[in-house]
Design a binder for this molecule. Structure first.
Ligand SMILES: NC(=O)c1ccc[n+]([C@@H]2O[C@H](COP(=O)([O-])OP(=O)(O)OC[C@H]3O[C@@H](n4cnc5c(N)ncnc54)[C@H](O)[C@@H]3O)[C@@H](O)[C@H]2O)c1
Ligand SMILES: O=C(O)[C@H](O)CO
Length: 324
């Protein structure tokens, strides 16, 4: 008999058909306690789950005694209690690599949009304010040849460094737990401690995962160490930055601007002060959101689930120790 799996994200038809050729698939909207309660038997029978963004913690796992694989349509997995999954022998599969270049494009978009004030001035044009030659109140700042600091020199950090180095002639600084020879050899990136990176970068770019260590890594103290002309870019996870401290720093001129794809609370509440600051470009967590990349992520997650439930995993497992 085919294993039962729960799908909690919409898939393109061809990928759904592929999933259904291997499994008995139940489609649900989410993994909320209410959904679990209303579909208790489905959760009790499920050997796999596939979707994104929902919390999978100890309380959830109590309802899934047969679960063997969780396949997330994302590279980030901070919404999973990995220790709880591992202690139950459940494999966590994710989708690195297929989204790397697209997310780096998004980060470069934020660098350019904040520096050149693209959103702000485009809105002024739409509002009919372009009535003659523009003056300094429409000007931005240069990106090329400025120093770009990277926090999180992993797959996405490297792809960002490539763009900044070759495309914009930017010196690259990075802080990490170890030296990254590839970044140093290919992009002339210079390793430095966090304080030096904050003090010397014109753009501080975050592509870090959210962990206990990175939670509020950037707070008031760190923002105060940045140049007042510097711009903060965050496409890692919202809680890596203390958002209250960031709002204050943007309001009092401690830093120049921020380009944000991720927030402490998503969707960003409509009354967030961030939305009334002209020096903020706020995107709705679109790092990987192109048609091509979202398809490739979904395909990767389907393949990951098939591989893991058939004992054939070659890559993309967060906790490979459960496979031994
Ligand atoms: N905005 C989006 O839509 C979007 C899309 C994809 C990924 N992301 C986020 O980007 C993150 C990175 O993705 P990736 O594929 O580059 O992952 P990765 O694992 O290749 O890179 C993460 C890097 O951060 C480093 N790191 C972790 N903790 C650190 C710490 N305390 N100090 C310094 N460095 C630390 C790791 O060593 C690694 O090099 C994901 O975990 C996710 O949270 C966001
Ligand atoms: O981690 C990821 O893949 C992105 O943030 C999409 O959720």
């Amino acid at each position: 008999m085919k294993p039962s799996v729960i799908l909690y994200k919409k898939l393109p038809d061809d990928l759904l058909a592929r999933l259904e050729s291997h499994f008995v698939v139940t489609q649900l909207n989410d993994l909320s306690p209410q959904t679990v309660q209303q579909n208790a038997q489905v959760f009790a029978d499920a050997q796999g789950i596939l979707g994104s963004s929902e919390t999978v913690d100890k309380a959830f796992l109590e309802h899934t005694p047969k679960l063997r694989v969780a396949s997330t349509v994302s590279v980030g997995y901070d919404n999973f209690d990995v220790d709880a999954l591992t202690s139950r022998g459940i494999a966590l599969m994710h989708t690195p690599t297929v989204l790397t270049e697209t997310v780096a494009d998004t980060m470069m978009t934020l660098v350019l949009a904040t520096a050149r004030r693209a959103v702000e001035v485009a809105e002024r044009v739409k509002a009919g304010e372009w009535q003659g030659s523009i003056g300094p109140d429409w000007f931005g700042i240069d990106v090329h040849h400025k120093t770009l600091g990277i926090l999180g020199m992993g797959r996405i950090g490297l792809a960002l460094a490539q763009r900044a180095h070759f495309g914009f002639n930017m010196p690259i600084l990075y802080n990490a737990r170890r030296h990254h020879q590839e970044a140093e050899d290919r992009f002339n990136a210079r390793y430095c401690d966090l304080d030096t990176l904050l003090a010397e970068s014109d753009f501080v770019c975050i592509s870090l995962p959210l962990t206990d260590e990175t939670y509020h890594l950037i707070g008031a103290e760190q923002l105060a160490k940045m140049k007042s002309s510097a711009i903060l870019i965050n496409a890692g996870r919202g809680p890596v930055v203390d958002e209250k401290a960031l709002i204050q720093a943007l309001m009092d001129g401690t830093i120049h601007a921020a380009g944000l794809d991720v927030f402490e609370q998503e969707p960003l509440p409509v009354d967030s002060p961030l939305l009334s600051l002209p020096n903020v470009v706020a995107l709705p967590h679109i790092g990987s959101a192109t048609h091509e990349t979202r398809y490739n992520m979904a395909a990767c997650a389907v393949d990951n689930l098939i591989a893991a439930l058939s004992g054939n995993v070659k890559e993309n497992c967060v906790n490979p120790q459960v496979l031994k």
